[in-house]
Design a protein around this ligand. Structure first.
Ligand code: HEC
Length: 163
């Protein structure tokens, strides 16, 4: 089959209508809900390590959409996640206590958010739930182990339980 470039708008339309991806395959395109993706990027914990719009961790590649790249194939993003999976899962176990679980529609929403400059510009600290802020706080404290007692209690931070 010849290589096909499907414009993002066609993918979005297919998602909205629940259309088959193409000719003979038994595939449906999911909804690419970038606004939902904005909340999931925070609530699922991607933001602990990745930043968008200047907000988030610095341990992993920045996920700001690069407008010079042009429209993206969503599976390319999934393939990049797969490539980084070893390091990501190891770090998720360290910092979040386990691997992040995602359904197909959730992943589609996050991928949409990663490629939607308007939705990314809306991303703010208000999108981040308390329990994720706690993890982010804990993660940055670990990096400050050299500075004595960053949270100003009497115990050294490195000995504290960040769960
Ligand atoms: C605990 C830290 C951590 C969390 C949480 C995390 N990641 Fe990552 N991620 C990483 C690291 C580290 C890499 C780089 C791995 C490498 O280069 O081998 C990475 C790589 C990636 C890449 C590939 C980037 C590139 O430039 O190729 C994508 C895409 C990605 N992550 C998406 C996500 C999404 C989406 C989530 C949330 C569902 C998430 N990550 C959660 C640490 C994390």
């Amino acid at each position: 089959m010849p290589r096909q470039i499907i414009p993002a708008t066609a993918l979005l339309l297919a998602g909205a209508l629940g259309n088959a991806a193409s000719g003979g395959t038994e595939l449906l395109m999911p909804d690419f809900d970038a606004a939902l993706g904005r909340t999931l990027f925070a609530s699922k914990g991607c933001v602990v390590c990745h930043s968008v719009n200047g907000i988030g961790g610095e341990d992993a590649p920045v996920l700001d959409f690069d407008k010079d790249t042009g429209p993206m194939n969503p599976f390319e993003f999934a393939a990049r996640m797969w490539r980084g999976a070893g390091a990501m899962i190891y770090m998720q176990e360290e910092e979040l206590g386990g691997q992040i679980e995602l359904t197909g529609p959730e992943l589609a929403a996050i991928i949409a958010f990663a490629h939607d400059p308007e939705e990314q510009a809306r991303f703010s600290m208000d999108d981040i739930p308390e329990y994720i802020l706690d993890v982010m706080h804990g993660a940055s404290e670990e990096h400050e182990d050299d500075e004595a007692d960053a949270d100003h209690d009497d115990a050294p931070d490195s000995g504290e339980d960040h769960d």
